[in-house]
Design a protein. Sequence first.
Length: 194
Amino acid sequence: MIILASNSASRKAMLDAAGVPYRAVPADIDERAVEADMADAPCPQIAQRLSIAKAEAVSGKHIDQLVLGSDSLVVVNGRRFDKPASRTEAAEHLRFFSGKMIELHSAAALVRGGTCVWSACDAARLHVRDLSDDFIEHYLAAEWPEVSFCVGVFRIEAMGVQLFSQIEGDQFTVLGMPLLPVLGALREYGELLS
C-alpha cells in the first residue's frame, strides 16, 4: 500500500477508480515558498518540485513506504495562478481566464526513504470560452467553496466543464495527476501487478 501525500478529492477518486490501495496523509509544506524559490523556473519544473516536496514531507514519517506526491500549476498569458483565496478572487481569476487558454501542468513524484525515485509531468491546454459576469456569479454560487481548493477555479468532473470550449490533453492530467505514468511507475516498484 502506498501513501498519497494529499487530501485532494480528485486524486483520491482517480486512485480509487484505478484500484490502487493507498492511505491519504496530507503534506504540510509552504507551497508559496517553494514557488518563490523557483520564480524563474519553467512551470513543469515547479510542478515537479512541489510534487516531490509534498512526498518528501510525508516520507520523513513513513520511511519504508512509497509516497506519492502530486501538484498542478495553472498559467494564463504567462501569469501563474494559485488557488483562489476568496470567492471575490475566484471571480477575478475567472474574468481574467475568459476567452483565453489555460496551460495546466500536473506533476507526480514517488519518494521512498526521503529520496525521490521517480517523477513526471504532463501538460494540458484548456480553452476558456467567453464568460459573462452572470455566468461567473451563477457558477460560483453553485461551486463555491469546493473550487476554492482547485487551482484554475474548476472541477472538470463537475460544473467546471462548462468553462471550456475545447480541451487538449489527457483527462487525468486535467483532473490533477498524470495517472497513466503513475500507474506504470507503481507497477515498476512492485505496488501493482504487472
